[in-house]
Design a protein around this ligand. Structure first.
Ligand SMILES: [Zn+2]
Length: 198
């Protein structure tokens, strides 16, 4: 059973197991969140669970208790949105620069783009977000293995490392099935996600 974890501001940040989710609630580090956005402490939730007859998430049973497995919990003390590195792949680099040549700024189909080391590898340039950009073929040829100044070229788009809110992709890529009770929180991530500036 997977549980959606929200931060203190009800921002979806993670998917976890029901065991960890219940442990967090038990330790008072998180509250259970119901479909009406109401929050419950462990004690309240145990009490409520007694009256829940059918529950899609199922129940945990101990000799003394029968606890409904929460579908959504909210952390009490965590209000950040964790950022995670975007993988350094050709596809992500193209996407990051919006399929534009960083030298001339032209937008092109992926087949007409290349990756280019701003400081050439032969001159000690690294292969990372700070030094690799998308380039059209003619800028790529012109640049060759020169430094920018030597080639008399400038970057219209400065190379930078993307900072992307990973929640949405985390949730979409997760093998966990998105539950209907998660949807409204995921939608809020979708609408509140900061779009990358050009
Ligand atoms: Zn170009």
């Amino acid at each position: 059973m997977d549980v959606l974890v929200l931060n203190r501001n009800f921002f979806a940040i993670q998917i976890t197991t029901w065991r960890r989710a219940l442990r967090l609630v038990y330790m008072d580090r998180a509250s259970v969140v119901d479909e009406e956005y109401k929050t419950y402490s462990f004690g309240d939730w145990c009490e409520i669970s007694r009256y829940i007859k059918a529950h899609p998430g199922g129940f945990v049973k101990t000799p003394a208790l029968r606890i409904a497995i929460p579908e959504v919990i909210a952390l009490k003390f965590y209000d950040r949105v964790p950022f995670r590195d975007v993988k350094f792949t050709r596809r992500n680099i193209y996407e990051h620069y919006n399929y534009k040549c960083c030298y001339c700024g032209k937008k092109l189909p992926p087949t007409q783009l290349n990756l280019d080391h701003v400081v050439p590898r032969s001159r000690g340039g690294r292969t990372d977000w700070k030094n690799v950009v998308t380039s059209c073929i003619s800028c790529n040829l012109k640049k060759g293995s020169f430094l920018l100044e030597e080639a008399g070229m400038k970057l219209k788009i400065k190379p930078n490392r993307p900072a992307v809110n990973p929640c949405l992709s985390l949730i979409l890529k997760s093998p966990a099935k998105v539950k209907s009770s998660w949807q409204k929180f995921i939608d809020s991530v979708y609408w509140n996600i900061e779009l990358e500036k050009e």
